[in-house]
Design a protein around this ligand. Sequence first.
Ligand code: SF4
Length: 178
Amino acid sequence: MSDSIGEGEVTRKEVESLFTRLDQEAESGGYHLNPNREFTLGLIEGMMVNERRYGYWACPCRLASGVKKEDLDIICPCDYRDPDIAEYGTCYCGLYVSQDVLDGKRKATRIPERRPAEGMAAPADRMSASAQPGLPDLSGLTYPLWRCRVCGYLCARGQPPEVCPICRAKKDRFERFL
Ligand code: SF4
């Protein structure tokens, strides 16, 4: 990696600074960045270039549309990170890995794309309260129930939190659950 790159003029210092922040946030939330530092720095650099290009952290290894509403599911951390880590030990790009991969007990390999071919799943296809048989009756809640689409964190309050306390996804990644 050079001191600065072409598009977006992201510097090595900026990339390393974001690496440190993401690493701290990941560890405090029970996640782990890929221990291959140069590989991880490269992905973070890609995210930063995408941020300059589109205004948000579009996944560095997927093709973004440039329309935030259409790309919400692939803004890092994407909607598919947790199920991919659980099943394969790594997210699609390999930016995040499981404890087993971190400990060398499992090898990270290329994994299939979980994102639907047409892009973000239609709201009706995503998890919703009505689609979950056996859920307790929460209709008496005083506040709406919000769900983080990245990690599944649920909270009952007037508005979703600015940042998910578990995975650090931003407010716009929450959906009304009930
Ligand atoms: S968490 Fe998702 S968006 Fe972020 S780098 Fe991994 S695959 Fe891409």
